[in-house]
Write a protein that binds this ligand. Sequence first.
Ligand SMILES: [Zn+2]
Length: 274
Amino acid sequence: MDTIMRDPFSYLRQLEGLTVNDGIYDFLPHWQKDSALHKFIRFIADEILMDDTDGPTRVPFGSDPLYPDWILPVDAAMLQYGIIDEPLFFIPDESAPERTPGGGSDSSESGDPYCVVNACYDYLLNLRWTQAYEDLMSRITDEVFYVMFLNRRALANLNQFLARYAGEVTTDGFDADEASLMNLFVRDGELKRVRPPMWARRAVFYRDRGRCTTCGTDLSGLIDTLNVGNYDHMMPLARGGLNDVTNLQLLCENCNSKKYDKVEDPSNRYRRWY
Ligand SMILES: [Zn+2]
C-alpha cells in the first residue's frame, strides 16, 4: 500500500478501476468519514485478493505438515481475524483431477489447466457479496488507515493523484441523478471550499500534534494563545484537491500564507515520540 501511495502514477493501469468511468465521483462529496484513503485501501486490498486466485496463491491449512490442505489467502485472513471459524473453500488438487471412469465426455473439463484457477476465482466472486468479506475489508481498511494516516507524504501523493481526475471533472458531464454533485463545484474541476468538521480538525490536529508541520510552531494555545492554526489543503482546491481529511495538514498562519495555492511536498519533519 505504501509503495503504491508513494508513486500511484506507476500503477495507473491497476488503478483504472478507481478513477475511470466516473469512479472519481465517489471521492467528490466533502468530508466523508469514509475518506479517500479508506476507499483507496479497500480498492487495493480487493485487487490483491483477486490476484491471489490466479496461480493460485496457496496457504497451508491443517495439522498435518506433510499433507496440508490448501486455502486461499482471503480465507487465511478471515480465519486470522476470527471472522470465520473454518475455511470456506479448499483449493482443489490440481495433480489429481477427477477423471470420469473410462474417459467420458467430461474429460475435457478435468484436463483443463484453468479449472483450479477458475474455481478459486468463482469462489472469491461469490464471497465478495457476503458479510464476511465486508467485515474483512473493514478490518483491513481500519488497520492500514491507522498506519498510513501518519504518513503525510504518502497522503499528499494520493491526493495529488486523485486531484488529477477531480480537476478534470466538468459539471456538464453529470447525469440527472448526479445533479447533487453539481453543487459541490465552484467551477469545472474546482470543488467549493467547505470548512472541515470538528472530527476532521481533531484528527489532523492530534496527528500533527498541535504544531505547524512546516516550522514546528506550537498551535495548541497552551504556550502561545496568539498562534492560530490553519487546516491547509495539501493539494489545493484550485488544483483539483479534495475536501478530504487525508488532504489536510496543520500549518501556522505564517507558513500557510507563504504556501497559498502552491503544491509543496509536505514537510518530512516528524517529531520524536520521546
Ligand atoms: Zn509554520
